[in-house]
Structure formats: C-alpha cells, structure tokens
Design a protein around this ligand. Sequence first.
Ligand code: B12
Ligand code: SF4
Length: 435
Amino acid sequence: MQILLINPPNCGRSIPEERYGITSLKQIFRGEPLALEELAGNLPDHPVRILDLKAEPDGLDRELSEFQPELVGITGVTCEANTMLRIAARVKESCPATVVVGGIHASNDPGFFNKAAVDYIVVGIGKKVFAELVCALENGTASDDEFTALPGVIRTRPGQQIARPVVRNCLADLVMERPPAYELVKRYRSHYILEKLGLTMGFVASAFGCPHRCLFCSIQGQTGGGYLTKSIEAVIRDISMLPEIPVIRLVDANTFGDVKRATALGHALLASGLNKQYLADIRSDTVVRHPEMLRQWKEAGLRAVISGFEGIDDASLSAMNKANQAAMNAEAIAILNTLGITIVGDFIISSDYDENDFDRLEKYLGARRIDLPMITVMTPLPGTALYRQEQHRISNHNLDYYTLTNAVTPTKLDEQRFYRRYAELLDNSHQNARL
Ligand code: B12
Ligand code: SF4
C-alpha cells in the first residue's frame, strides 16, 4: 500500500501580532517529524514517503499527484489541528486515499477530528496499531467493528458522538526493535538546524509519557498516563543512525523519569564513544535529588537541559499540580550552573497576570542564570485536566491560537498591555540568551 505521512506546515496564529503589531511573540521552531519516522519504521513492507510541509510548505499538491497515495497519515499538535483538517480535505479532493490522523491533539481530543475528510483517528503511541490498521485496510476484509477493536483506533462517524477509547499503552506499542526511518527525511536535513548554534540537530525518542500529572500538560493523553522507556540498546542504535549530526535532542517529555535507567543510559552514552552533544528534559526535583547523575551525563555530552520551572512560588506550582517547590527550582538552577549545563527554563504566565506579577517574574529572571527562558501563556488545551477546570472561562475557541503564546481566556490587564508586558519580559530575559 502506498503510504504518505504528512507533517503540517508551521502554522498557528498570533493575537499580539494581528491586533497590536507585536511580532516577537510568534515562535517558529524547526525539527524533524520523528513521529512520522517512527511510524514509517514499522511499515517495512510498504512504499512510504514523508512530506514535511514545515520544510516544504508548497509540496502537498505535487506529492499527491506524483505519489498517488492509497493511505495518508497526518500528525500535529493542537494549534495545527485546523490545518490537519484542511490537509485532509485537500487529500480527499485530489485522490481516493484513506485518511488517518494521530499525534498529541488527536490523542487528547479525538472528537475534533470526527469529520468527513478523516476516516480513522489513532489515539496514543500508535506505532504498532497503525501498522495493524494498514494491514487490515490492505486485506480489505475487516468490518468497522473489527477496525475499532484495534486499541486506540476510532472509525469516524461525522454527526454522531464518538468516545475517547481508554488506552494505556505498553512497551510492545513502542515497537523498539524497528528504528525510525530517518532516511525518509534525508532531503530535508538541512532544514533541521539549531539556529542559535548553526548546527544540525537530530531527534531521538528514548521515553514516552511521564509519571507526573501537571494540570496543564497534554502528555498524559499520549500514553494514557504511563511512562515507558526504550531499551538502552535501542536508544544508542537510534543515535548511531545519525552519524553526521552533532547535536541530539532527546524529545522525551521526561528523559530522567526513571533515575536508575537514566543513570545507566548516561553510562552507556559515555561508553559508546558517540561523541555527541545532547539536549534533554528534566524536572528540577530530579536535578536536586540526583546531581551525581547530571555530572555523569555532562561528561557523556549533555549540553543543555529543558526544565519546566513553570512558576516562581509554591502557590502557583501547587495550583498547577506541579508536585514541586520553588526552592527546588532555585537549587536546581544553582546545581546546573555549577555543572556548566545550559538551562532552557520554561515558565508559564497566566491571563490573570497583573503588573505586579510581571514585575516579580522579571525580577526573578534577572536575578538568576537561566540561559534561555521560554515563557508561555497558560493554555487550557482540550483533553487536559486544566481544560476541564477552565472551559467555562475560555473566550477563544479557535485552535489556531493554541500556540501557548496567546491568552485564550480573558486577560486581567488590558489585552494590549498584557501582550506589551509579555513581549518586554521575553525581550529582556533574552538579552544574554544562549544555548
Ligand atoms: C519535537 C517537538 C516539536 C518539534 C516538532 C517537529 C515536527 N513535528 O515538525 C517542533 C520544534 C517543530 C515543535 C513545535 C511546536 N511544538 Co512541540 N514538541 C516537541 C516534543 C518535544 C516532542 C515531540 C516528538 O517528536 N515526540 C516523539 C514522537 C515519536 O512522539 P509523538 O509526537 O507523540 O508521536 C507518536 C504518537 O503520538 C503517534 N502519532 C503521532 N502522529 C501520528 C500520526 C498518525 C497518522 C498516527 C497513526 C500516529 C501518530 O505515533 C508517534 C510514534 O509513536 C513535544 C513534547 C513531547 N515529548 O511529546 C512538544 C509538544 C508536542 N510541542 C508542543 C507545542 C505547543 C509546540 C508549539 C506550538 C510551540 C511551543 N510553543 O512549544 C510548536 C508547534 C509548531 C507550529 N508552530 O506550527 C506541545 C503540544 C501541546 C499541544 N497539545 O498542542 C508539546 C506536547 C510540548 C508541551 N509544551 O507540552 N515541537
Ligand atoms: S513533569 Fe512535565 S511532562 Fe510530566 S506531567 Fe508535568 S509538565 Fe507534563
């Protein structure tokens, strides 16, 4: 079966830009569509192509007419969901392919895709079940009920309610014996650069899900709440498949969620002689409890960590169910500074922020060495616990704006003032930014 896997173009809309001409808050990121490479890696018996519209925004029509796919898979985050539907509709207009959507938005809010242009929605890790779905479609014998019996697969029924299936993924779903098909994005490689360093960067997944339950986070929808790790051999193998690439971003939500295994992985990276630099996500409490692990990872090549500090006081952390304290954040920053590990620090501002709140965060960032602060606006992403709590307050339901840089609930400050302060905060905190 001819299979085309599509990564949507950079999209998402910006209120500060559209209403107030503030362009600095719109973020453009680059990176390979690892989700699609993982899926393709488990389809060895089929001709598969990946179309990355982030690298090649005008490629859709050409690819559809040249390749004539029989099945199209589309991935995407929440701010890309409307675009995913537009791509699906374009596919249906131009060929008779079956359209399947998956990824973080489909996993958290599958009902959104219950539309005529979409045939199947895949909830969760998807690597194993997607191959099973392809097989069943190719055989052409399964009934709708049999398709729906595939765990995490939903047959769309536009106009009717569909329920989110209860999916709790397990290790077998990672199909880790089959590596990602990195070769399918070879033609796009030069696009996947870490601009700040001018270096090419490759993505490797070493873990899925997270053992924590932060209120705003959509990661739980990916695995059904579980935390699953690839074997150390599989991680080393995947990194080795990117020999020309000096920087590896471990794209896990939480690379260090199992400390024993993370320590073993650090040892293996050091012993492997791969000689790469790594970027990985870690919680601040893990840094504080296991500084020796970070020291060892630094030796193995850990250049930078991405850490969700999120708030600057215990009250805000507790309101987010972060299960962490401000003192942990402060101590982790000090440890990472001492170890010489670059810190990408995530902070979340709220639409309830007033002048005083902005002043406090600005002062906090000014007083600490956080090399690259990333500041987002608290966003009730559909499917999250925060969404269930805040849905009555949402004033903007257009998912194009769910980029985490727009306020989708009313701002306490005058809206223009809110975005001016937000832009100033970002500008000031990025004066000496480095990675
Ligand atoms: C790498 C990454 C990126 C890369 C994406 C590369 C690309 N696709 O082009 C870049 C840097 C471009 C990026 C951009 C953004 N990102 Co991002 N990103 C990530 C990150 C760190 C890893 C994603 C990943 O590659 N995982 C590994 C793969 C293998 O797993 P996966 O994506 O879940 O895919 C598996 C399954 O979901 C499933 N699946 C996925 N797609 C499909 C499709 C089909 C058909 C099927 C069957 C199955 C399937 O199969 C895959 C294999 O098992 C995640 C956090 C995380 N750990 O998940 C955030 C994350 C996905 N990003 C997020 C966000 C918000 C963004 C941005 C809006 C920017 C921002 N403010 O952070 C932009 C959006 C882009 C835009 N403006 O258009 C959020 C999404 C939240 C949400 N619900 O929307 C996340 C979860 C981080 C967070 N802050 O919470 N991101
Ligand atoms: S620790 Fe990070 S990945 Fe885990 S639930 Fe919280 S925000 Fe999400």
